[in-house]
Design a protein around this ligand. Sequence first.
Ligand code: SF4
Length: 434
Amino acid sequence: MAVIDKKVLITTAYRDENAYYEYWGSNVVGRVRYTYDKKNSNGLRFLKENIPHIDILEFPSYEEYKRALKKDYDIVGFSFFTYEVPKIIEMVKDARKEGIDEIWAGNYGSMTYGIDDHFDKIFTGYAEKQVADELDFEIKELKHPMIVDYIGTPWGIKGFPLGILFTNRGCTQKCKFCQTPVFCPEPSKLPLSSIEEVIKNYKEAGVEELVIEDENFGIWKKHTNRVIDLLDRYDMGWHPMTRVDILDKNLEDWYERGFSGTLIGIESLQQSTLDNIDKMIDVEQTLDLLKRLEEKKSFVIGYYMVGFEDDTVPLIKESISHLNQYSIDLLQVCVITPFPRTPLWEEISEKYGIIEDDWSKWDTKHLVWDHPNISQKEMEDALNWAFKKAYPIRKFFKSPLKYYKRRQIRYGYLKTNLKFVKYFITSNIGIKTG
Ligand code: SF4
C-alpha cells in the first residue's frame, strides 16, 4: 500500500450555529414534528472509509473550519451542493489566505456554472477512486462505512436509529430536471461483500432499520435480489429510495422480505408535466401505489415538485390537497429548479430566463427563473401554505402508530415492544460507528 505523503482535508460547507440539514424541519412549519438531522456527510464517510489517511470535517462550524486550516494541509477539498456555493467560495478564500497549495471541489455543487476558477481540481461523480488515484493510493474494493442518523423530536429525545445503505450509484433514467445522469453517467453496483459487511456491522450495533439512499434502488434485478436476500438474512427493516414503476412491480415481494417504507418521487399529479420532464411514470399508477402502501402500513416520504411551466397557484393548492388524502408521512415539497448542466437548464434559460443569481437560493425552496404564471413572492407563499397543509398535526401521531403496526405485523406485540425499548435506549446513548 502506498503511503500518502500529502496532508489532505476534505470538508463540507460550514453550518450556521446548530443548523444541520433537517428533513422535517425543511418541510414542516412548527415544532410538533419529528427531526432527522443530517449530521453525517455520506460522501465524506465513504472517502474516509476508503482512504483512511485523509481528514474529514462534516458540517463544521465556521470557527472549527478556520482552526482546521491552521493544521498545515497541502490540499483542502470541498464537497457541496449548489445552494452552498457562496459559503464554499468564502471558505476557499480562507484556505488560499492560509497558503493551502491545492484546492479541490466535488459533489453535485461542483457542476455549478462559473465557479471553476476557484479550484485547482474538480471531481465529478462518486470520487473515491479518482481521489485515491490523485494521492497515488490504491482502493482494491470499495468499502461501505457505517452511517447512523436518528429520528427524534425537536425537544432532543431520539426515537430510533437509522443506518444508511447504498447498493448502487447513478441511475439508468434521464429525467430532464435531474443532475444525476450528468454527475454519474455510468451507474455502478456496490460490491455485495461490502454491503454484507456493513449490514452485519449495523446489526451488531443494534441498528435494524436501514434507509437505502440509492438514487434509484432496484435498477439491477439480480443485484437487487441478492441485496434483499442479505437484508432478509440479517432480519433488517428497509426503506429504499426508488421509482414508482419499480416499486409498483415489486411491492408485494419486497414487503415479504422486510420492506418497511419508501422514499419516492411523485414529482407531479399532472400527466402532461410528467411527460414533459421525461419522468415516464403514470399518475394513476402513483396514486394506486400510494393506496397499496397505506394498506401495508408502509412509511412514505414523497417528493413533490411545484412551479412547473403550466403551474398556477390554485393548481398547486389543488394538487397538495389531493395528495393530502393519502397516507404520506412526509411530503417533501420542492420548487422545480433547473440545475446547471441539466436539459431543464437549457430549456428554461432559453425560453424564460434565469432570474436568480444568488446560488444560496438554489435550494429547491425558491423560484429561480422567470415563471409565466407565478412570481417569486407568490411561490414563497404557496410553499408555506403547502408545508402547513401537507403536515397537519395528526401526522405527528399517525406516523409512529403506522410504524409500530408494520413491525407488529412482522414480529408480534412482545418482540416489537422489546425492539422499540432497545431502539430508544441505543439511540439516546448513541451508537459507535468506527
Ligand atoms: S429516476 Fe430519479 S435519479 Fe433517475 S434520472 Fe429520474 S429523478 Fe434522477
